[in-house]
Design a protein around this ligand. Structure first.
Ligand SMILES: [Cu+2]
Length: 255
């Protein structure tokens, strides 16, 4: 029985080791991704010691009282009850504050932007604006500063505030760029916004993640982040053109 207890503890230790390895932070590609990965880690660091605490008590109780055929109920202990109620409240308060801080960030929640009466109110002055129009079945990206459009090709400069001003031509769609930590619904006749800042040059996939009809699975595209200089050159080269097909090749700065 001693051995069983030790084995259980070894199992728990191995499990936690595995979780810690999985939680090892990789360099996030955007501020949005950074925010929710940071929250995930914070919550994990609170959850891990709690898990160990509960499991150790459980194993201890199983081993210690294994031959007790006539257990007695726990006697009244107000101090103990107050302690566990207060401890739980403090932990839940921490989860609330940590999650709320991230959710309230303008990068994570469109609420602040949508509440503004005009796009100009919501976007920082120096932000790069891209207008996004989702339709059955594709994405049109308009770069108003150069009056150019692409189909399914989102191009943004790195290390700049980027503002996506989005709407739908027909039904509900949702823009999903997993590597950049972006997911936001688009609605007809109203605008939703995404704010981001992409750290790393590179090309990733984008998807529609709101089932929008028979062609939903075809509603994919590319999201390309390039250096501001390359971005400006691309805009200047194609200024005034519609449905531009060539997008700049990102030179990945981090290799
Ligand atoms: Cu769609």
């Amino acid at each position: 029985m001693r051995r069983l207890g030790r084995r259980s503890l070894a199992g728990i230790a191995a499990l936690l080791g595995g979780v810690l390895v999985l939680a090892e932070p990789a360099a996030a590609q955007s501020v949005n991704r950074d925010l929710f990965e940071g929250l995930n880690r914070q919550l994990l660091y609170v959850a891990l010691p709690l898990t160990v605490f509960v499991e150790v008590i459980l194993v201890y109780a199983v081993v210690k009282f294994r031959n007790n055929d006539d257990p007695l109920p726990t006697s009244k202990d107000p101090a103990l009850e107050i302690t566990w109620t207060a401890a739980t409240a403090i932990i839940l308060l921490f989860v609330f504050v940590a999650a709320f801080t991230v959710l309230a960030s303008p990068y994570m929640s469109a609420t602040g932007a949508a509440a503004a009466t005009t796009q100009a109110d919501a976007a920082p002055d120096d932000a790069v604006e891209v207008r996004v129009l989702a339709y059955q079945y594709g994405w049109e990206f308009r770069y108003p500063s150069a009056n150019l459009t692409t189909q399914g090709e989102l191009v943004v400069p790195t290390d700049r505030e980027v503002y996506l001003n989005m709407t739908s031509a027909d039904v509900l769609h949702s823009l999903y760029i997993p590597e950049w930590g972006i997911k936001q619904d688009l609605f007809p006749e109203t605008h939703t916004y995404v704010r981001t800042n992409v750290y790393e040059a590179g090309q990733v996939r984008l998807y529609c993640t709101e089932l929008c009809g028979a062609g939903h699975s075809r509603m994919t595209g590319n999201a390309t982040a390039v250096s501001p200089a390359v971005y400006e050159t691309w805009l200047a080269t194609h200024a005034g053109e519609q449905n531009v097909r060539t997008v700049p090749t990102p030179t990945n700065t981090t290799g």
